[in-house]
Design a protein around this ligand. Structure first.
Ligand code: DAH
Length: 343
């Protein structure tokens, strides 16, 4: 009987070695150790018929055989599991060159960005640079440099947020703050627009926000006149609202221009017939503009006798609202997905 155990052990160890996958290993385990008809199981069952003398010696050896086979099996099992895992993870590995699958929730531009991009393209095609400026600005560039000295009443129309420890710093109220910065940096001739965020300390309603976007424009050259300004601005409104849109300019005071105007277009909602949005006038105000005041040109370090210029400022939020028929300015920065998903 002892020889039988030794024989089983040797053949079992050889068979375990040659097993190629876990299914084969399982079958072998059944064949040897299966409860009902396992070869080793059957042999072990025979132990009970031995004399107690034989039981002692053979029993011990039988136990060793069983343990050796079981631990060889366990070792093979983990070896196979490891190999199979490596193989399957190779199959699953990523192909980094595969194009991304279309996703349902892809981001897109905000309507303000859409209109800003459109205007940047248009102005770039007319030879304008697109400039940037700081939102936290000095009192000097926001007011003084553009002909609004300290104690000038025009300051009252644009209250903003001041920085406690720095009384000369404020959140800019207008992109006009970049006019003199641009002149000082680039000199004349100059053609630039400045899109950007501005801030006002005022209570909000459907048409007013504490944070708003503007697009400023500055053109400086020799021989610039009012007609040049009107031609450029006409291009802009026709590009934005259609070729049939009419533009009218009416006198309005802005400290940094002389003469100053406000620009109105035929109401895009009623086509000039008169409605609630245009307050029955048929016209909508969308920008301020004018010929740059010589004081501002001088402040920019440019010879005001040699050079003239015009400037304009659009409220970008307003352009967006009119373009898409939005009657509440506060939704623009609300982060409302229901609103944003429409663009
Ligand atoms: N900065 C003005 C505002 O915030 C808008 C403006 C008016 C800009 C006339 C200009 C301009 O450049 O010429 O109300």
């Amino acid at each position: 009987m002892l020889e039988q155990f030794i024989k089983i052990k040797n053949s079992a160890l050889a068979e375990i070695q040659s097993v190629k996958n876990s299914a084969e290993l399982e079958a072998l385990e059944n064949k040897l150790l299966g409860r009902k008809n396992g070869e080793l199981t059957n042999l072990l069952k025979g132990l009970k018929d031995l004399s107690s003398e034989e039981k002692k010696s053979v029993g011990q050896a039988a136990n060793d055989v069983k343990q050796t086979i079981e631990s060889a099996m366990a070792e093979k099992k983990s070896e196979l599991a490891r190999a199979e895992w490596v193989k399957s993870s190779e199959k699953e590995s990523m192909d980094v060159t595969q194009p991304a699958l279309p996703s349902k929730s892809r981001g897109h531009f905000h309507p303000i960005t859409l209109v800003q991009n459109k205007l940047e393209d248009l102005f770039a095609s007319m030879g304008f640079m697109v400039l940037d400026g700081p939102e936290l600005e000095s009192d000097y560039y926001n007011f003084t440099a553009v002909n609004i000295p300290e104690n000038h009443p025009a300051r009252d129309t644009q209250d903003t947020f001041y920085i406690k420890k720095h009384p000369n710093w404020l959140m800019r109220t207008q992109t006009s703050s970049v006019q003199v910065r641009a002149m000082q940096k680039y000199g004349a001739p100059l053609r630039a627009i400045v899109p950007g965020r501005c801030f006002r300390n005022e209570s909000t309603d459907a048409r007013h926000e504490h944070t708003l976007y503007q697009i400023e424009g500055v053109v400086i050259d020799s021989g610039i006149n009012f007609g040049n300004m009107k031609a450029v601005l006409e291009q802009v409104v026709k590009n934005l609202y259609g070729a049939e849109t009419k533009l009218r300019l009416r006198p309005k005071y802005y400290p940094f221009v002389e003469p100053g105007v406000n620009g109105e277009i035929t109401c895009v909602l009623c086509q000039g017939k008169g409605c609630r949005v245009c307050k029955q006038s048929g016209w909508l105000e969308i920008f301020g503009a004018g010929l740059i005041h010589p004081n501002v040109i001088k402040e920019g370090g440019i010879d005001a006798k040699k050079y003239q210029g015009f400037a304009f400022g659009f409220g970008l939020d307003r352009l967006v609202m009119l373009k898409y028929g939005i009657d509440e300015i506060r939704v623009l920065k609300s982060g409302e997905m229901k609103f944003l998903e429409q663009f």
